[in-house]
Write a new protein. Structure first.
Ligand code: PEP
Ligand code: MG
Length: 755
């Protein structure tokens, strides 16, 4: 580098020495600015640190007035320094004073300096401060100099993030790096978690970011890039994707970037400034993250995200085993923070120590959210840059019901939540006391409360909740969380474990409900315009009967000597039901012929999720042994409003005249035909939904396990006749616009029901 004394590598080596010296934070900073100024032949070098209040404070300077240190405080959008911070991008000017953003602070004495080079101090994409060099002469800083200053800023980033500067900060104006943060995402699972951050893929703490031997580091980088490329090639060639959630087109994009000269060149340049290979990856990744956080164009964001993901893979190659997540070293009250996570990965953590989950990606229908629900941990998704702002061991609060996350909360905040956790625990104890009490309403109606389940981890809930059985066992969950297709033997052993755990209590197994939003990572997806209305569930099962038949066989064998209930998802016509039922009969005949032990009794029913069945109820009820209403899908198809699309999902209320009329017709007809009917959609898991359902005649509900306590507490106090007397005339009314939900709320308040 022209003009510089010794170049960036010498500077880095000197900085390493200064970092190791046993001096105060201020002395260290003072030495650092002197070193940088000398090395870059600049008259000024200054460090500004971003404070909790969002302003930038001058922490050290060589060249400007020393009296301005800790006195000059800039707004985050003030001057060129503010510009560097807010854009998270370098600003390089030979005539700074004529730049529109230039702002002059008399106390610094900077009016005589014309050229300006400022770089953000970044860590994991977050701006922690700004590092500036200035010269009197109108000079253009070279690209190499800019690069070198950015590398130097990494050293400062580690120093600021370490918390060392807090000792010299004014109270209330500490560096922002460790400030409390309130983040808001999407609610994935209810519950409050108070705990400590564990990064699912721990950010690498780079202990050695200064290279001793640059050619060697370049070689390491090159080898890692090669390995990463060939890994991607293999994944793509195999055509099956094992890494939960990754799809072919995503991998194609990764591969494209992995072979992109520009990206690799940036990494090599970073190494050439004197960084180790991993520090170079970290630098480039931090830049990418900073741009990602500011990009508004969704296409660009997606591409930056791909680059970020690639950098992750590269880091993995460079650090090998040390990079493995700390699954077995999980602290008490762990809250996992991850960019994204497959369902199987979550299941590998110790459930007893796990309190919460925070994801950068992952919507409410993601597979990992399903597992979080089964595990009963508070979970929030769609928190941008969660892994960038959280450090391992940081205190964190996750409020699963609202999607709020408080990182490094203030003591007041922590105390308030601790109180809420105590309250919830007290309520849980009250529910526990109800566990063995029969669910009989105030006016003597017996209501059967069962649970929805789908994974082995759900099984303890049968006992814990005191539920009357499993009303819906979603067999597809085993398929969704697996890395490869579960073999027949695996299906068999899960089904048997479920029946063992249930003992005398009934279990209703639903055959595979895949397709739509329930995608299997290892199965090639067909592109469909409307997957929810597409080739899914029983449609797929009947067209490719091999899979369905082997599942039915596994179920029949697992239930040898016991009772078995089977039902089918997404049946739309009675003919479909007949066809599906005939497969059960065929398998029974087959097993009988091979002298297998058969179930004592097999009942075959159907889910009612497609509105067309409402107009085939008589013929359907003649055929089925039981019905199970899936209100999630039924309401989605009823109103033609995607259940997973928040823009429309809340537009229509399930507790409304048309839906309740339909549900009441089903309950009435089932009773008239002496066929049992259960409702197993989310509607039953909300106290107000359960109240509406018992009022229109439902006597069996299947709930999320966590809903059993609150629903039972409400039902024990309800007078069903009174609720029916309120709701029936409302449903029959011809006036339109009847606010049923409001009327039910008022009724509950009047009757002292907790909803
Ligand atoms: C439903 O549709 O209501 C239902 C219970 O099935 P799932 O939520 O699994 O689609
Ligand atoms: Mg459904």
């Amino acid at each position: 580098m022209r003009g510089a004394l010794g170049g960036p590598r010498v500077l880095l080596r000197r900085l390493r020495e200064v970092m190791a010296e046993p001096v105060s934070a201020q002395e260290r900073l003072d030495k650092i600015v002197v070193l940088i100024a000398a090395n870059m032949v600049a008259e000024v070098c200054s460090v500004y640190v971003l404070r909790v209040d969002g302003t930038l404070e001058l922490y050290a300077t060589e060249g400007l007035n020393k009296a301005a240190v800790h006195q000059t405080v800039l707004r985050s959008d003030e001057g060129l320094v503010g510009l560097v911070a807010s854009e998270a991008n370098p600003v390089n000017l030979s005539d700074a004073q004529n730049h529109p953003a230039f702002s002059y602070r008399a106390e610094t004495g900077e009016e005589i300096y014309h050229s300006f080079l400022g770089v953000p101090v970044l860590r994991a994409g977050n701006t922690l401060g700004v590092l500036v060099v200035q010269n009197r002469a109108r000079r253009t800083y070279t690209e190499e100099e800019e690069e070198a200053l950015q590398t130097t800023a990494m050293v400062l980033a580690e120093m600021i993030a370490s918390g060392e500067l807090s000792a010299i900060a004014k109270p209330g104006a500490e560096p922002a790096a460790r400030r409390p943060l309130h983040l808001v995402g999407t609610a994935l699972n209810d519950g409050i978690a108070l705990g400590y951050v564990v990064l699912h893929e721990p950010r690498v703490v780079i202990t050695n970011f200064i290279a001793d031997d640059v050619p060697k580091e370049l070689k390491r980088l090159g080898a890692a890039v090669e390995m990463m490329r060939s890994d991607l090639d293999v994944l793509l060639e195999r055509g099956e994707v094992v890494d939960g959630g990754d799809h072919r087109d995503v991998l194609e994009a990764y591969r494209m970037f992995a072979y992109d000269r520009g990206w690799v060149h940036r990494l090599e340049e970073a190494v050439a400034t004197g960084l180790t290979a991993e520090a170079a990856v970290e630098r480039v990744q931090s830049d990418t993250r900073a741009r990602m956080l500011r990009a508004t164009d969704p296409y660009l964001r997606e591409r930056l995200h791909d680059l970020d993901e690639l950098a992750n893979r590269l880091m993995h190659q460079l650090l090998g085993k040390d990079y493995a997540p700390a699954r077995d070293r999980l602290p008490e009250n762990a809250v996992l923070v991850a960019r994204s996570m497959g369902p199987a990965a979550l299941l590998e953590y110790d459930r007893k120590r796990l309190r919460g989950l925070v994801l950068e990606e992952g919507g409410p229908n993601s597979h990992v959210a399903i597992v979080a629900r089964a595990l009963g941990i508070a979970a929030v998704g769609e928190i941008a840059n969660a892994t960038g702002v959280a450090d391992p061991g940081d205190a964190i609060i996750v409020e699963g019901s609202s999607g709020d996350v408080h990182l490094r909360p203030s003591p007041d905040m922590e105390a308030a939540y601790a109180e809420r956790v105590r309250l919830r625990a007290r309520r849980q104890l009250q529910y526990l006391a109800l566990r063995d009490k029969p669910c009989i309403t105030r006016d003597g109606e017996k209501i059967e409360l069962m649970i929805n389940a789908g994974l082995a981890v759900d099984l303890p809930h049968i006992e814990e909740t005191g539920a009357a059985g499993v009303g819906l066992f979603r067999t597809e969950l085993q398929f969704m969380v697996a890395a490869t297709f579960p073999r027949s033997a695996e299906q068999f052993s899960l089904y048997r474990a479920v029946l063992d755990a249930a003992g005398q209590k009934p279990v209703t197994f639903r055959t595979l409900d895949i397709g739509g939003d329930k995608v299997l990572p290892y199965m090639r997806n067909i592109d469909e315009e409307n997957p929810a209305l597409g080739w899914r569930a029983i449609r797929l099962g009947l067209d490719r009967p091999g899979l369905l038949r082997s599942q039915i066989r596994a179920l029949l064998r697992a239930a040898g000597g016991r009772d078995l209930k089977i039902m089918f998802p997404m049946i739309a016509t009675v003919e479909e039901f007949d066809e599906a039922k005939s497969l059960v009969e065929r398998e029974l005949t087959h097993l009988r012929r091979h002298s297998h032990k058969l179930p004592e009794r097999v009942e075959v029913g159907t889910m009612l999720e497609v509105p067309s069945l409402l107009y085939q109820l008589d013929e359907l009820l003649d055929r089925v042994d039981f019905l199970s209403v899936g209100s999630n899908d039924l309401v989605q198809f009823f109103y033609a409003a995607d259940r997973g699309n928040s823009r429309v999902a809340d537009r229509f209320d399930a507790i409304s005249v048309p839906v309740l009329r339909a549900l009441k017709t089903i309950a009435d007809k089932a009773r008239a035909n002496a066929k049992p009917v259960t409702l197993c959609g989310e509607l039953a898991s909300k106290p107000i939904g359960a109240l509406a359902l018992v009022a229109i005649g439902y006597r069996a509900l299947s709930l999320s396990p966590s809903a059993v306590g609150p629903i039972k507490a409400m039902l024990l106090d309800v007078d069903v006749r009174k609720a029916a007397a309120l709701i029936e005339p409302l449903i029959e009314s011809r006036t339109g616009g009847v606010p049923i939900r409001e009327r039910l709320k008022a009724f509950a308040a009047e009757q002292g029901l907790q909803i």
